[in-house]
Design a protein. Structure first.
Ligand code: FES
Length: 104
């Protein structure tokens, strides 16, 4: 696993109060931009093969588009049925307009 900060996209590339799917060194990652800052989780739902970046972001939770399971975007914690497994949340930081993520 990569231990260092990895440069991803520009802050402006993430729509306000929304999510975007990116690929970071082969890992599908969902990047969220909300009032509190930028957060990152796995982009693939732990319940099936749906992409969370196709889902609906509200109140700090991302709703999976397939069966409407919800995850906390800060912790990756599964918040509702039918989810039984959390996803991983990753540290992020911004420097100027650049967003970095740590996968390790
Ligand atoms: Fe995400 Fe079922 S695939 S809730």
């Amino acid at each position: 696993m990569q231990e260092n900060w990895i440069k991803t996209i520009q802050l402006d590339d993430i729509p306000e109060d929304d999510v975007i799917g990116i690929n970071v060194e082969g890992h599908p990652i969902a990047l969220y931009k909300v009032e509190d800052g930028v957060f990152a989780t796995d982009n693939v739902c732990s319940h099936g093969r749906a992409l969370l970046s196709d889902g609906f972001l509200e109140d700090g939770e991302i709703e999976c588009p397939l069966h409407q399971g919800r995850f906390c975007i800060k912790s990756g914690k599964a918040m509702s049925e039918p989810l039984t497994h959390d996803i991983t949340a990753y540290p992020t930081k911004t420097e100027g307009d650049q967003v970095f993520i740590k996968l390790g």
